[in-house]
Design a binder for this molecule. Structure first.
Ligand SMILES: [Zn+2]
Length: 489
């Protein structure tokens, strides 16, 4: 039967590195770019007798994440040892949380702007729906293994850095929703300053569980897990493949077995690794070296730090600056672009036009120079000035684009109005301009007749003629307006 006759159930476990100065249980530096195995100590190397000390800041960040996602925080949270043997875990156990995690319940909103561009999901509001969370717990990251032909190297710098695991309920139903879930969650984590959540850098990684069952069957099908997927589009591709694979096997009467598969994004297929171990295989037990955390005072402290979430920001952008919903969505989807906009809009008389510049005109200019908005050499105030120069009728948008790229980009000139004046652009004297328009109408009776007959393309030719005769150059939009008025169009 077709894939659409199966109910698809997806759950996600997202691992997120918390932005902290030091590791979870020792004072070694956390972060990238250091010589391998230089940020290590007896604790994070798992030496016998070394004692862990809690990183309070990482616990607070986890509680804040829970607060942003509507989780509840139990009054007491505790630490457990998850035992396993790997080269990337020298203690042979990972300090984690099993039955009393820091955050319980909650939900992740699926933002309408977070769906893939070719997705069919269309929504009016900011939040399409929410996806239930099971819990969020805090643990330590493993070390980093790099595999070569016949040997592997291990870097313990990463070992012991704070890692938050955000576990959803089996509440997602499609690859597109999964993509939107990851993107929305990433935006919320960045918004709260919890993590940069860059999947390319491994700061956010996810394990995807998916099962299929025929419509009408209550009991969930066998859960197939795909581990360590490192991009949103890879998660989407992996799910599209895996759902089709499971449906085909179920059609042939092949029962699915709970198992872990590896997604090979280059090959575009998933390969079975092992049948799934259960929680009891890890012999979890309460960590004897760490006291439970009493959360009340931390919850109070973190409440003061609640940021404005992306959906609230989207609503405010529309109200405060009069932006259309599509523009507000585009801006809020990129936190850096949105901050640039808000600074520029504060300096401009036309925030809506500023938004238009930031969405349509500036991005291709930045892309051509391989720059991000954060690296834009033109300050928000300068850009706001440029937008106002256009709105005042001093120059056209195309002329302003030239000013931007040729005069303002180097950073030497920061005053858009002065740059426009240097080029001889000034607000047209309407009397002189009208006289020029009348002259062009008188000199071009054939073209005028054609325009009046409905050939609107020729209006540009007439505008061009006026522009040619004018010094300084007026705003062509204004010239066209005067032409239309004179021709009674
Ligand atoms: Zn250490």
């Amino acid at each position: 039967m077709p894939v659409s006759d199966y109910l698809v159930t997806i759950g996600l476990e997202v691992h997120c590195q918390i932005k902290t100065a030091t590791k979870m249980f020792c004072s070694c530096k956390a972060g990238f770019g250091y010589e391998p195995n230089t940020n290590v100590c007896p604790t994070c190397l798992g030496m016998p007798g070394a004692m862990p000390v809690l990183n309070e800041y990482a616990i607070e960040r986890t509680i804040l994440t829970g607060m942003m996602l509507g989780c509840s925080t139990p009054p007491v949270s505790k630490w457990d040892r998850k035992n396993y043997f790997y080269a990337d875990m020298p203690k042979n156990y990972q300090t984690s949380q099993l039955d009393l995690p820091l955050c319980i319940g909650g939900e992740v909103p699926l933002y309408s702007w977070a769906f893939p561009a070719d997705s069919k999901v269309k929504a009016e509001g900011a939040v399409v729906r929410t996806v239930k969370l099971d819990h969020i717990h805090l643990e330590e990251d493993a070390a980093k293994l790099t595999h070569y032909g016949t040997y592997s190297l291990v870097d313990y710098n990463r070992g012991g850095t704070p890692l938050m695991e955000i576990v959803s309920a089996p509440d997602l139903t499609s690859p597109d929703e999964t993509y939107a879930y990851l993107k929305s969650l990433q935006q919320i984590l960045v918004c709260g300053g919890i993590s940069d959540a860059d999947m390319e850098k491994g700061q956010m990684r996810c394990d995807v569980n998916v099962s299929l069952r025929p419509k009408g069957q209550k009991e969930l099908g066998a859960k197939i897990e795909m581990k360590n997927i490192n991009s949103m589009s890879a998660a989407r591709r992996a799910l599209i493949y895996e759902i089709a694979r499971q449906a085909e096997e179920l059609d042939m009467g092949i029962a699915q077995v709970q198992s872990t598969r590896r997604w090979d994004d280059d090959l575009g297929e998933s390969i079975v690794m092992r049948t799934k171990e259960n929680a009891h295989d890890y012999r979890y037990h309460t960590c004897p070296d760490l006291v439970p955390v009493h959360t009340a005072s931390m919850v109070e402290k973190v409440k003061q730090e609640m940021p404005e979430l992306p959906d609230a920001r989207q609503k405010r952008l529309m109200e405060q600056y009069g932006l259309p919903v599509a523009d507000a969505n585009t801006l809020v989807a990129d936190a850096d672009l949105c901050s640039y906009f808000e600074t520029a809009a504060g300096c401009s008389k036309s925030p809506r036009k500023v938004a238009n510049w930031l969405i349509n005109i500036l991005p291709p200019i930045l892309t051509a120079r391989e720059l991000d908005i954060c690296d834009c050499p033109v300050t928000p105030a300068t850009l706001a000035g440029l937008v106002d120069v256009v709105e005042e009728g001093i120059c056209s948008t195309n002329q302003a684009r030239e000013i931007l790229e040729e005069d303002l980009w180097s950073g030497d000139e920061q005053d858009a109005a002065a740059a426009a004046a240097k080029r001889g652009y000034k607000k047209a004297d309407s009397g002189a301009l009208e006289a020029l328009v009348e002259q062009v109408i008188a000199e071009n009776p054939d073209k005028v007749a054609l325009v009046k007959g409905g050939n609107m393309k020729l209006i540009n030719a007439l505008t061009g003629q006026v522009m040619k005769n004018s010094n300084p150059k007026p705003n062509p939009k204004l010239v066209t307006e005067i032409l239309m008025a004179k021709l009674g169009l």
